[in-house]
Design a protein around this ligand. Sequence first.
Ligand SMILES: CC(C)(COP(=O)(O)OP(=O)(O)OC[C@H]1O[C@@H](n2cnc3c(N)ncnc32)[C@H](O)[C@@H]1OP(=O)(O)O)[C@@H](O)C(=O)NCCC(=O)NCCS
Length: 151
Amino acid sequence: MKFRIRRMTPDDLEQVIAIDHASFSLPWPERSFRFELTDNPAARCWVAEGEDGSVIGMLVLWLIVDEAHIATIATKPEYRRQGAAKQLMDYALVSAVDEGAKSAFLEVRESNLAAQAMYRQYGFVATGRRPHYYKDNDEDALLMTLEHLTL
Ligand SMILES: CC(C)(COP(=O)(O)OP(=O)(O)OC[C@H]1O[C@@H](n2cnc3c(N)ncnc32)[C@H](O)[C@@H]1OP(=O)(O)O)[C@@H](O)C(=O)NCCC(=O)NCCS
């Protein structure tokens, strides 16, 4: 495995926020990451480390009873297409199953074909639409669901 997956710590926040800003037109405010990391008991926050120990990817999952909600996932642009996001997904989903998750879901921009392709590899299927979900361009979100989460 090229990358090491581990739980996020407060020391990672600067790098995580930089990845978030490089990846999304509506990045989360720093306080949101801090909240997930320190105050949200449902949140499971993961990072991928490169060989030099720097953070090259992150994933936040909310585990609510037996449902896993992928809240965000991104990898550093210069490290994409090297399997880091799939490694993050593997760890986060296996860990969620260990904790009792039976299904998973997420929202993704309708135009984000790269992410949708990845989610389909895991068996997620589009099951709904959230109209005007993204406030920057009024884009719809597709709701993608993985009904039977077994890994
Ligand atoms: C989506 C994202 C997390 C994928 O990260 P990554 O590290 O490149 O992903 P991986 O190398 O593990 O590849 C995972 C799969 O995603 C899909 N994928 C990734 N980039 C793709 C692209 N440019 N075109 C088509 N499919 C793509 C493929 O199915 C790929 O599997 P494959 O390499 O076996 O074909 C990354 O592109 C990213 O950070 N994008 C910006 C943030 C974002 O859109 N997050 C998702 C929000 S819902």
